[in-house]
Design a protein around this ligand. Sequence first.
Ligand code: LLP
Length: 381
Amino acid sequence: MQLNKQQLQGLPTPAYVYDTALLAATLDAIKAAVRDDANYHVHYAIKANDHPAILKQIAAAGLGADCVSGGEISAAIEAGFPAQKIGFAGVGKADWEIELAIKAGIGFFNVESREELEVISQIATALQTEARVCLRINPDVSANTHAHITTGREEDKFGIARQHMVEVIRLAQQLPYLSFVGLHFHIGSQLLDMTDYEALCARVNELQDLLEAEGITVPNINVGGGLGIDYADPDLHPIADFQNYIDTFRSHLRLRDGQQLHFEPGRAVVAQMGILLTRVLFVKHTETKDFVILDAGMTDLIRPALYGALHKIENISAEGSEVKTYDIVGPICESSDIFARDYQLPITKRGDLIAIRSAGAYGQTMASTYNHRSLPKTFLV
Ligand code: LLP
């Protein structure tokens, strides 16, 4: 996003500032990458950013929604996502959430276990309403990313083991008020190496051959989300390479006749449109280090503390060109409340305005009130 110093100067901090023009350009890039393939469907993963105005803009662009809670389903419907374009995923769905989803008439459940399948069938039977189910299969493909956000290996908690796939599909076909409509996969997040997706395609092709031999038809294939973004240089790559991502599936996945292909990107849709705007409270000098202490902390943006993620940090107020090395930290009473160590900024002083970049995804949605702090405010520009 373009940082406009005048515009940002008057805003209270800490705050998330979202650039809706960049979001619009990103949504255009997604549409361009899909081309006119009517059987390709993109569902935005709401967990990345659930701000109502952002959801409205994404719904208006024609995307569907990938939800992981009853709250997200309600927010999606409120924002104008048509119910039939909503998918509901997650390893632990509560009964009330399943009921809400069936009553809302969502497009499909992504079911993660035999146990869950049985409960959905019971609730659908009680409501006398058919539930459409996709089975999330654990592809046992490991992805090149942080251990906390790789999800498709055998030891991860997600999905149904592929060895059990056929019997669980048969169960889905037999249970009352269920209709088996497809398979779902997701291998991880912040993926930039397309060979990870090629490995997923190879696995899906293999599983599809097996199912074909069993006489099972699969109307929908959902390949999840995970496309990564450039945290190091957001200005060089403000929009993720959706073309390359979607083309990877176009050329490596063997879709059957009439089969629909679904994608669930979250981060790549919204990360670059957001900054966390914060002010310098103190610059503290010690024997060994200089600390820039911000008014934003891990309660506002937890990614650095939780994953060791590095977001680009800019001093918007500084005018000189002389730089210094700082540890850039928040005010929270935890030693992991650090945004960056040994980071170079122009000479920084109390009151300077700082932008923490690429914070539109998994920033505000993961904020907490630890230390009895207020949740960060939001501004759309
Ligand atoms: N589909 C499923 C089944 C998922 O579990 C996720 C993300 C997505 C789609 C969207 O993935 P994306 O396109 O955003 O990578 N809080 C972490 C990321 C957690 C991702 C969880 N699942 C972070 O800040 O990096």
